[in-house]
Design a protein around this ligand. Structure first.
Ligand code: ATP
Ligand code: MG
Length: 573
């Protein structure tokens, strides 16, 4: 167990008994005159109208490292202007407004403005190719998309004929309107007032449309509501331990749910400073940002951590990182080595937490107030009822025994629960059994109440009568000194059902050889036993991943078996 270096919030077990959603709701304001709950009001206007008007809300770092600061008042005015622009364009409650932008200030203005207008904001990841962009615009029946001229010409213009619902494209880098449909964003914004009254908003009104990462198949469109802001607030407080002077950096792109829930909403709802970097991953750049911006809370992903771990840099010797008090990670299993690397390198463990697009916010987490068991996802948040269940077509049984793996299920009703899959009610219904939402991930709970990830239900390998979770095997492989990354699939076998096959990326400087292969197999057999250890190992230069950094095991499997590759819209090229 790793004991966290800090202990600056309430004791975790106590919190569980004292916690209530009603009490936490009192920390939000609600719209004036009891007109409901609106994410943008909680995130921006209430702070702008109060003591935090001149506090830095967004600290935007350009590619050349220059910094532009936006206060809460700036964000209030900009987002109100955009909400007025939407009114001028005839946009109504529930209409879908998209961005196809990198991490630049206009994205945050548009997101908050759309939320104020009670339109539904849908971020599209700027590095999607033309077809994934157009498909998502069609599926969402998007009315507005805000983008750059280059993106528009390359990805949208050729398909305008397929987008009958699209009323306007707003171009941020063109000073004049192109025609009646393709408008200049600066020209439009210039004419708008900074005064906007947010209309009454119910906590159940749709606010966000997020497409999932497409790790297991065609990305699904998950619809979230304004009431989700309570979850963002609570998790910012109890998982990320936000304090008023914190500088927070979430490295995820807002094209994915993490980049919106935590790269935008959670820090602003808590009234702290949110760092946004325009540029892509680069280890030295990231360390420089952590130092220069004096980041105190850093939320990132296992892929990024693995990339940093591979570098021969001792960050604390080369950079002043004394402000850093908390590191958290989400998106994929975080191997024990990575947790310990955080402790050794920065003096704080990397705190793994679990959630998914559908949950809208963090559900299970390691937090600074508890002992961290490296390799575990941690414990459920207060107010979140999580269980392990045996789920089949006709049966649903909760498992109370510790150590038994089964489907991770969450009791309905948490504030950020998704309310629909876009145009797919049948699929939505299928995710629920009575009061329980079935996540599709297999996990175990230990006797101390910690949850351990086993694998996605779709990735489980059935070999010689055993159910093998890829995470267990990959973790054992990662433990070998030559292995940088590993992914494991089940390969059909007439005798034993499936054999465990591993794809391994070796650390820099290690050459693939029969000797290394045998050594890794021997290591895996010793750790896992012969039934579970991989029978086949292929060395590869890299693993196929989604653009959000998740290993695409289904693609490794399809390629191995010569099957169709399926939807590749989110594949990182
Ligand atoms: P799709 O649903 O389209 O296949 P996806 O599930 O990868 O894609 P997301 O909602 O972005 O899309 O990812 C959530 C999933 O990521 C979780 O269901 C889980 O499988 C995985 N995940 C997230 N955090 C963790 C974690 N801490 N440990 C293990 N797995 C995690
Ligand atoms: Mg999923």
């Amino acid at each position: 167990m790793v004991t966290p270096a800090t202990d600056n919030f309430t004791n975790h077990p106590l919190l569980h008994t004292a916690f209530s959603w009603e009490n936490e709701r009192k920390n939000l304001n609600g719209l004036p005159d009891g007109h409901g709950l609106n994410i943008a009001y909680e995130a921006v206007d209430r702070h702008a109208n109060g003591a935090l008007g001149h506090h830095v809300a967004l600290q935007w770092i350009r590619k050349d490292y220059s910094v532009v600061e936006f206060t809460y008042l700036d964000l209030k005015h900009l987002s109100s202007k955009f909400a007025n622009a939407l009114t001028a364009l005839g946009i109504s409650k529930g209409d879908i407004v998209c961005t196809l932008l990198g991490r630049i200030p206009e994205l945050y203005t548009v997101a908050l403005g759309a939320l104020k207008k009670t339109a539904v904001y849908c971020p599209l990841f700027s590095v999607f190719g033309p077809e994934p962009v157009v498909q998502r615009l069609i599926r969402g029946k998007a009315k507005i998309v805000v983008t750059t001229l280059g993106q528009y010409e390359a990805k949208i213009k050729p398909s305008l004929g397929r987008l009958p619902d699209l009323r306007h494209v707003l171009i941020i880098d063109t000073p004049e309107n192109i025609d009646d449909q393709i408008l200049s964003y600066p020209q439009l914004m210039q004419k708008m007032s900074i005064a906007f009254t947010i209309p009454p908003t119910s906590p159940d009104d749709a606010a966000l449309l997020h497409f999932t990462s497409g790790t297991t198949g065609m990305p699904k469109g998950a619809i979230h509501v304004h009431g989700a802001v309570l979850m963002h607030y609570v998790t910012g407080k109890y998982v990320l331990d936000f304090q008023p002077t914190d500088v927070f950096w979430c490295t995820a792109d807002p094209g994915w749910v993490t980049g919106t829930s935590y790269g935008l909403i959670a820090p602003l709802v808590s009234g702290i400073t949110n760092v946004v970097d325009e540029d892509e991953f680069d280890a030295l750049r990231w360390y420089r940002i952590l130092e220069q911006q004096k980041v105190s809370v850093w939320y990132t992903s296992p892929t990024a951590i693995r990339r940093l771990m591979r570098m021969a840099i001792k960050p604390t010797e080369q950079y002043h990182l004394r402000s850093l008090k908390l590191i958290a990670s989400v998106g994929e299993p975080l191997h024990a080595e990575a947790v310990q690397w955080g402790q050794k390198t920065f003096g704080v463990p990397v705190l793994d937490n679990w959630w998914q697009t559908e949950t809208g916010g963090i559900m299970i987490a390691n937090s600074v107030s508890m002992e961290v068991k490296p390799g575990s996802m941690g414990k459920p948040l207060p107010g979140i009822d999580v269980a392990i269940a045996d789920v089949s077509e006709n049966d649903f049984q909760l498992t109370t025994q510790p150590g038994v793996s089964g489907n991770l299920v969450i009791r309905k009703g948490w504030p950020s629960m998704f309310r629909a899959y876009l145009h797919d009610e049948a699929r939505y219904k299928k995710c629920f059994r009575g009061d329980w939402y079935i996540t599709g991930d297999l996990c175990k709970r230990d006797a101390d109440g910690y949850f351990w990830f086993v694998g996605r239900a779709d990735d489980i390998i059935k070999t010689s009568g055993h159910m093998v979770g890829p995470f267990e095997v990959e973790s054992a492989l990662m433990h070998h000194s030559c292995v940088a990354e590993a992914a494991v699939i089940g390969k059909p076998d007439p005798l034993i059902g499936e054999i465990v096959k591993a794809f391994v990326v070796l650390k820099p400087g290690i050459a693939a050889s029969e000797q290394v292969r045998l050594d890794i197999v021997a290591h895996a057999r010793k750790k896992l036993g012969p039934a579970v250890a991989p029978k086949e190992i292929s060395f590869v230069d890299s693993l196929p991943k989604t653009k959000s950094g998740k290993i695409l095991r289904r693609l490794l499997k399809a390629r191995e078996l010569g099957l169709p590759e399926g939807d590749l819209s989110t594949l990182e090229k």
